[in-house]
Design a protein around this ligand. Sequence first.
Ligand SMILES: *Cc1c(COP(=O)(O)O)cnc(C)c1O
Length: 220
Amino acid sequence: MSIKDNLKNIKSRIPENVTLVAVSKTKPVSDLMEAYNTGQRIFGENKIQEMADKHAEMPKDIEWHMIGHVQRNKVKYMAEFVSLIHGVDSFKLLREIDKQAKNHNRTIDCLLQIKIAEEDSKFGMSVSDASALLQSNEFSELKNIKVVGLMGMATFTDNMNQVEKEFKFLNNTFSELKNTNPELKIKSMGMSGDYQLAIACGSTMVRVGSSIFGVRNYNN
Ligand SMILES: *Cc1c(COP(=O)(O)O)cnc(C)c1O
């Protein structure tokens, strides 16, 4: 199946209120352009340098989402153009994003990454840390960032009961935090293997890579 057919197929399976982020990491610009030419305008990358290179080469009406772990010293390379940063997991990082956004006279939308997986390897904040951050004075002083939602990565497993439990946990966390922070709108959860389950559990933004572009080859 072509990228065009894959996209069409996936779009037919997600409701209109759910945003599709086409995860294009490791893929060449020619593949991204194929998706672009079918109308896709939101792309997700997990390396800042790679995203910046693609941004420079591609049409300027694309929304670039940073979905990977972000190192503070690299925020400056995307501050000018990034649309949404999914993996914010500390106040220090948020403060750096705010500083770099200010340098470019803009406001950058961010999602707080919540740790929902049972396995240790995943990044993310605890619910209590996220809640404390959102209610802190330091946070209210950051004028060039906006926290517009939450992101979660489920455990890498075939056990869909486990994954469902983790998605529901993010959904409940969102409802809880939204009570004090009504500006939260986005729930970013679900990938190629589980986006339909994620949507059933309340996801409003799915990050789909290999089901659109095919399997990734990390060697080239
Ligand atoms: C790579 C990646 C995805 C997409 O994964 P697929 O299984 O290829 O759909 C989604 N989210 C994050 C954070 C990723 O790094």
